[in-house]
Design a protein around this ligand. Structure first.
Ligand code: NDP
Length: 294
């Protein structure tokens, strides 16, 4: 039987309308709308598309977007000064520096200028630390309305995956979860969120021996590698939930890390690319901006 397709686009649309309502209520209460600053360096076409989509989503949700574009040969100090100024600006609640930065720029130095409270990408050591020490679970990561200040901000893509799993009723406590990929943007925070939700988590990477065997143990398999179609039917336990984070631009268009047709014949549930995790990343960025403003 073909796997159930988990519709990230629909879940994202729902979350975005919730964000819009929270923003509208905030403005009705006489407070300024949340503000998200985006910083784009260079002319990478994919980065321009991503930032464009994020700014459009902000406008639709009533979030103020403050955008800065710098040339690819910008001096590192100039970029650092800009990020530091945005961090001091009381009208800016969240700062997103679009990655990747040019290789000659020290990403850690740039990120060090962002306070944890404005770090809507969840990349600073303080936010990553809250997550790694188990202080942020699904509930905290997704909480939009509360009188309490937000406890840490979680990287948008893994938080978006958690929302898909939560809305789709996927049982996590005690489940065997395998995350393929260990980047600070996706794999590591994903593994921490699943661990905080009491899954038994295995993290695989380029040095993993017999990747397919490790993946076949998974009740929940998350692929975040960046290699088109590398996860096939041989890597999937029958009935497993398969989440494809990969976004690979090929001659055939945008494809994931999972061979969708082959995997669908074995998996119980699966996310498509496009229309799966991608839209959730943008929705979670809006949610994080609202949480940062709180
Ligand atoms: P990175 O390149 O930073 O990390 C890739 C990871 O995959 C690394 O940990 C690497 O291992 C591992 N890897 C590489 N080759 C293999 C292999 N043959 N077997 C097992 N593991 C391997 O990528 P990101 O984490 O930033 O992104 C991953 C994918 O997710 C990309 O396709 C990206 O475009 C997509 N993405 C999608 C988003 C969305 O909104 N849907 C948002 C962000 C990313 P090692 O550490 O050993 O090198």
């Amino acid at each position: 039987m073909a796997a159930e397709v988990l519709d990230g686009k629909a879940i994202a649309a729902d979350l975005r309308s919730r964000v819009e309502e929270v923003v509208a209520a905030r403005v009705r209460a006489g407070r300024r709308p949340p503000g998200l600053a985006t910083v784009l360096v260079g002319d990478d076409p994919a980065s321009h598309v991503y930032v464009g989509s994020k700014r459009k989503a902000c406008a639709e949700a009533g979030i103020r977007s403050i955008h800065h574009e710098l040339p690819g040969d910008v001096a590192e100090e100039e970029l650092i000064d800009l990020v530091a100024a945005l961090d001091r600006d009381p009208g800016v609640d969240g700062i997103l520096v679009q990655m990747p930065l040019p290789a000659r720029i020290d990403q850690d130095r740039v990120l060090a200028e962002i306070s944890a409270g404005k770090d809507v990408d969840g990349l600073t050591p303080a936010n990553a630390g809250h997550l790694a020490q188990g202080r942020i679970g699904v509930r905290e990561a997704l909480e939009l309305e509360s009188d309490r200040p937000a406890v840490g901000l979680v990287a948008c893509t893994p938080a978006g995956v958690m929302e898909i799993l939560h809305r789709s009723g996927v049982e996590l406590a005690g489940a065997e979860a395998v995350v393929v990929g260990r980047s600070i943007l996706v794999g590591r925070p994903m593994a921490s969120l699943l661990l905080n939700a009491s899954a038994t988590v295995t993290v695989c990477h380029s040095r993993t021996r017999d990747l397919a065997a490790a993946c076949r143990r998974a009740d929940l398999l998350i692929a975040a590698v960046g290699r088109p179609g590398m996860v096939g039917a041989e890597s999937i336990k029958p009935g497993a939930t398969v989440i494809d984070v990969g976004m690979n631009r090929t001659d055939e268009g945008l494809v994931g890390d999972v061979d969708f047709d082959a995997a669908s014949a074995v998996a119980g549930r699966i996310t498509p690319v496009p229309g799966g995790v991608g839209p959730m990343t943008i929705a979670m960025l809006l949610a994080n901006t609202v949480r940062a403003a709180r």
